[in-house]
Write a new protein. Structure first.
Length: 276
């Protein structure tokens, strides 16, 4: 994200849509009024529900608050893998309590990130990440909620830990960014793959091939806002209202009608997040 580029113009409405993964706090929402304003902008273009996702304890607290402030907002809570070294006993206790809230529809984002260790000060090492991932898997199973995965450059080990621990009934690979082989492996396990604005990047050749491999019943769409703004707005701030740009790009890639893909992904979100 960069502040150098202005926010994208609102797209032509596309309905119904669910933003399956966003970060409302990082988009600037701080209270009930700003949360409602953000969702109003999304609703104006057809995005009727959003799932705001935590990456640390403060964000987890906010996500649950936001989900209570506006009925169109739902939450997912966890500690991001790069912050797994902060998962002490007190933090685990609070995350577990927050995750049990009825407005929380998933445990996440958790998983493995092999890109940042050694590059980011204070980043959790691989051992801490694996331990944290295992704990979140167990929590999701205990609560009977979907597991929302962050996977960066860790394809093999993410699948191995899921196999070793035993995956929850529903697993969502948020912002899927791997290749077609990984997509096929995830689909075979019954996992759900969520695509963000990166699928609209013309140079993301392997990801774009992967997006063609996912059956209709295992696909979601998301913004991961304020990050990963879709083409042609890369570098501009992202927000849930930008989701139709991604869905139209994904539909073109998959040879589908955008309205039909919107209906498919919304039905999948309702099933995955327990809104049926």
């Amino acid at each position: 994200m960069s502040s150098k580029r202005p926010a994208p113009e609102p797209p032509e409405p596309l309905s119904p849509l669910v933003d399956a993964h966003t970060h409302m706090d990082a988009c600037g929402a701080t209270d009930a009024e700003s949360v409602t304003a953000l969702v109003d902008r999304a609703a104006a273009v057809g995005v009727g529900r959003v799932v705001t996702v935590a990456d640390d304890l403060a964000a987890a607290r906010f996500a649950v608050q936001a989900a209570h402030w506006d009925e169109r907002v739902y939450a997912a809570v966890a500690l991001h893998p790069t912050r797994a070294n902060a998962l002490d006993e007190a933090t685990r206790t609070e995350i577990e309590k927050l995750a049990g809230d009825p407005r929380v529809v998933a445990v996440g984002e958790t998983g493995l990130d092999y890109y940042w260790p050694g590059k980011l000060d204070g980043c959790a090492d691989i051992e801490d990440q694996v331990e944290g991932f295992r704990w979140h898997i167990e929590l999701a199973k205990r609560l009977g909620k979907p597991l929302m995965i962050h996977n960066r450059e860790a394809d093999h080990d993410v699948l191995a830990v899921l196999l070793d621990e035993g995956a929850p009934d529903t697993v969502i690979f948020h912002c899927f960014s791997s290749d077609a082989n990984m997509a096929v492996a995830c689909v075979a396990e019954g996992y759900v793959l969520s695509f963000s604005g990166t699928v609209s990047f013309k140079n993301a050749h392997e990801l774009r091939e992967a997006a063609k491999m996912v059956p209709d019943q295992q696909i979601l769409v998301e913004t991961d806002a304020p990050f990963l703004t879709p083409h042609p707005f890369r570098g501009a701030p992202n927000e849930s209202y930008c989701l139709p740009y991604t869905v139209r790009a994904l539909a073109e890639l998959r040879g589908q009608d955008p309205v039909e893909l919107a209906k498919i992904t919304t039905a999948n979100a309702a099933r995955v997040y327990g809104w049926l």
